[in-house]
Design a protein around this ligand. Structure first.
Ligand code: CP
Ligand code: NVA
Length: 314
């Protein structure tokens, strides 16, 4: 059973297959052709953290594919009252055709997947946000930045950075990461990504200087300095990230036609200036819309893989 827990689990070819499906379905959707690839299928959507984009894009996406989405907030489920995750998985996965989860530890997602009878999709964990990267890559393609791009990530070494590391090292492009000292990426994730980089030829650099990272790059990206679950650290983080704002001065070091990506929500005056955000709003909101299209590619691909497995078994 294939799940979508981290891009580390996929080959370059598989990632590109899902992107190609997303492009095809996006074109059909834009022509108001809603092909029921997942007719009558139900997607369970478990949220242990807040969401705007992930919820709306998955719910709309599965509906446009001929199925239905169930929004399941953990605080309203028996899960929130202590029902074990593995039991929740064994119940829900007998009733729905696919599950998306947004949770804290990656290990919780892995545990759910271990007990699930249906494909499980990572809708964000503390470690990764892979569906966001599928949308980001689709956006890079649409804005002409997929050919040997140099991407600079400026900010916190978090779930977004880890996902960029996986995308870059799987596809083989250059990624420069600039984080403040003490806010670097997880060492074990870096080690795993560097092993992929050896195979793909991706050039990955880490440092503490945003200017060095951004110089001459094609894509600049960042994320909030205070991720969900880190609210108590806000004051100390804002101090630590002083000098890491992506503003016009920093963007001036990138190529003149460089694009700026942000997964959203964006906090102006912190990781990005209002001016830079608004200047790049067209790309940023195309990126947000691409969550809808990219995730359709992921869901249809996972369903096709499951059907292949069922055919082989029968
Ligand atoms: N980028 C993203 O995942 O947004 P939400 O938290 O609103 O889902
Ligand atoms: N790093 C952020 C991403 C939000 C989409 C968080 O985890 O809160």
């Amino acid at each position: 059973m294939r799940h979508f827990l981290t891009l580390a689990d996929f080959t370059k070819e598989e990632i590109l297959e899902m992107i190609a499906l997303a492009q095809k379905i996006k074109t059909q959707t834009k022509q108001r052709k809603f092909v029921p690839y997942l007719e009558k299928q139900a997607l369970g959507m478990i949220f242990e953290k807040s969401s705007t984009r992930t919820r709306v894009s998955f719910e709309t996406g599965i509906y446009q594919l001929g199925g239905t989405g169930l929004f399941l907030s953990s605080s309203d489920m028996q899960l929130g009252r202590g029902e074990p995750l593995k039991d929740t998985s064994r119940v829900i996965s007998r009733m729905v055709d696919m599950v998306m989860i947004r949770t804290f530890e990656q290990s919780k997602l892995e545990e759910f997947a271990k007990y699930s009878k249906v494909p499980v999709i990572n809708g964000l964990t503390d470690s990764y946000h892979p569906v966001q990267l599928m949308a980001d890559y689709l956006t890079m393609i649409e804005f002409g930045k997929e050919k040997n791009p140099v991407v600079a990530y400026v900010g916190d070494g978090n779930n977004m950075t880890h996902s960029w590391l996986m995308l870059a090292t799987k596809l083989g492009f250059e990624l420069r990461v600039a984080t403040p000292k003490g806010y670097e990426c997880d060492a074990s994730i870096v080690a795993e990504a560097m092993a992929f980089a050896k195979k793909s030829g991706a050039k990955i650099t880490f440092g503490n200087d945003p200017v060095e990272a951004v110089k001459g790059c094609d894509v600049v990206t960042t994320d909030t300095w205070v991720s969900m679950g880190q609210e108590d650290e806000k004051e100390i983080r804002v101090k630590a990230f002083d000098g890491y704002i992506v503003d016009e001065k920093l963007m001036g070091y990138a190529k003149s036609d460089a694009i700026f990506l942000h997964c959203l929500p964006a906090y102006r005056g912190y990781e990005v200036s209002e001016e830079t955000f608004e200047k790049h709003a067209e790309v940023i909101f195309a990126e947000a819309e691409n969550r809808l299209h990219a995730q359709k590619g992921v869901m249809v691909w996972l369903d096709a893989k499951r059907n292949e497995e069922l055919r082989v078994k029968s």
